[in-house]
Write a protein that binds this ligand. Structure first.
Ligand code: GRG
Length: 321
């Protein structure tokens, strides 16, 4: 049953993280604040995707422990750092995350910045230390370096951080028109401002899709996938991230903070141009379905038994959290 599988996979990820996040108390409260930021719940979607993508291409449990688990830790550390920094007063200024006070509320603003920085460095420490573990086969070293490059690029200035920059500093003007997004022709968008919509989707692709792409691609690369398969998973991550972020907008407008574990109506409060605010709930739900279907197509095109990942993708369409 899918929900039991999901529960057990989430527990597995939580065990990996608990084992690998440092408990050292030698540097004030930094380790405590880092643990608080990572081990405080979270759906573990990116970690689950990474491990499932690895398993599409390799059934070697030892290799999974050696190569994939450090990347699982890294991607959740990077995700957690982005949330900690996103919640800071200089950004969204949020007080609630995963049902608990945000890191800067619990530990102070300076520690919010430092815990985020510490998590980003810990991510790179974990993946680079794979090389120390008697990894002599050049083929595996190449996979690790390739995945390291994907993760750091997609989380970086031209990926997730770039998206956050556009999101928080660049309101749409005609000068910011972006090409592409032909798939929008498949839905009736009535009198929506298509150029502004495309720009907003571009931001989502950067700030949200890029980490989904990294999760699927890193798992595949570490498992030994060929370039065509890695590209299909990149496309799957792109579409899934778009669907996920549009649903996130919808939940911000329609859910409550008890269910979400974070503040709601933030986009209205910050006067943010979100897809859901631009198109309304019904049309936005059409886009969630469109992009989820695209993601499922890309995943199916691999011709692998991706049963669990497919169910995970489908389950995100009408997620409550
Ligand atoms: C570098 C200063 C600096 C800041 C980085 C990049 C960034 C700040 C923030 C982006 C974070 C963000 C809000 C991305 C949107 C993606 C999103 C909806 C995140 C929530 O993901 P879930 O629902 O979270 O998977 P859980 O709590 O389940 O892990």
């Amino acid at each position: 049953m899918y929900s039991e599988q999901l529960k057990s996979k989430t527990e597995h990820i939580n065990n990996i993280l608990t084992e690998r996040i440092p408990k050292d108390t030698g540097f004030g409260k930094i380790c405590e604040a880092m643990s608080y930021s990572v081990l405080n719940g979270g759906k573990r979607l990116r970690a689950i995707m990474l491990l499932e993508a690895f398993r599409l291409f390799s059934e070697d449990n030892d290799l999974e422990k050696l190569l994939a688990e450090p990347f699982v830790t890294a991607i959740e550390c990077i995700h957690a750092y982005s949330l900690v920094h996103d919640d800071l007063p200089a950004m969204d200024n949020d007080v609630l995350r995963r049902g608990k006070p945000t890191t800067h509320v619990a530990y102070g603003h300076a520690m919010g910045v430092l815990a985020g920085d510490g998590l980003l460095n810990l991510a790179f420490e974990k993946v680079s230390s794979i090389i120390d573990n008697n990894l002599s086969d050049p083929c595996y070293i190449k996979r690790v370096l390739k995945a390291f490059n994907i993760l750091s690029t997609k989380a970086g200035y031209s990926g997730m951080i770039g998206g956050q920059v556009l999101d928080s500093t660049e309101k749409y003007t005609d000068a910011l028109k972006v090409p592409g997004y032909d798939e929008l022709n498949e839905v009736d968008l009535q009198d929506a401002d298509i150029d502004k919509l495309k720009y907003t989707l571009r931001i989502y692709e950067l700030k949200t899709s890029q980490l989904f792409e990294a999760a699927l691609m890193c798992g595949a690369v570490l498992g030994g996938a060929d370039e065509a398969a890695v590209f299909s998973l990149e496309e799957a991550g792109r579409s899934l991230g778009l669907a996920f972020q549009i649903e996130d907008d919808i939940l911000d407008m329609t859910s409550n903070s008890e269910t979400l574990g974070k503040s709601v109506n933030i986009d209205e409060k910050n006067d943010k141009d979100t897809v859901a605010r631009m198109l309304g709930i019904n049309m936005s739900e059409e886009l969630v379905k469109l992009y989820t279907a695209k993601a499922i197509n890309c995943l199916s095109s691999l011709g692998k038994d991706a049963g669990f990942l497919l169910k995970l993708f489908e389950s995100l369409i009408f997620r409550k959290l």
